[in-house]
Write a protein that binds this ligand. Sequence first.
Ligand code: FE
Length: 213
Amino acid sequence: MSDDTKFPMVRPFEAAQRLRMTRRGLLAAAAVGSVGFATASGAQELPLTPQCDDGGPATTQQTGGPFYRALSPDKDDMAEPGSKAERVELTGFVLTRGCNPLARAVVDLWHADENGAYDEKGFRYRGRVYTDEKGRYRIRTIRPALYPGRTRHYHAKVAAGGQLLLTTQLYFPGEAGNARDGLFRKELLMRVSKSGDAALAARFDFVVALASR
Ligand code: FE
């Protein structure tokens, strides 16, 4: 196994803590009659089971680019309180190609800030979350600003069991820059919706190729 496939510093103890917190959240949601993954915006709830076909293709891989930093902190809300940028709540599943949700997978997200800059010294707009026992993840952040040469995007890595499974980028629908960006792929578009003053609700399901499933 090459070092390229190893995901640095996956921390099982912290992952277990996160899972317990998430389970409490799910129980609270069940108590008020919700059947899905309660979201802050209320605009979108994930179903308990994913809708997908067995044997579908894995999510397209893309370059991580020059701005990835390892060892990003566990952080499910990356938005800074003073930021004027539009808030985004990104949710989805991590699924195997056989449509099995992957629990305790790591989703590591990093992106440009409200000025189109990456934090190359610290961990602003860099963070990782873990999927719950149903394979669902949720990250609150901002809509990143554009930077020269690229359309609007997030970067993401997905790992499980200490192994890096996927490096890709996620795109926003309706962006004029999509057609001009040679890296843009329409299958990597998030589904984005907006209701009232709530955060933009963005949805993307990662499908990862595992040798065994
Ligand atoms: Fe980028």
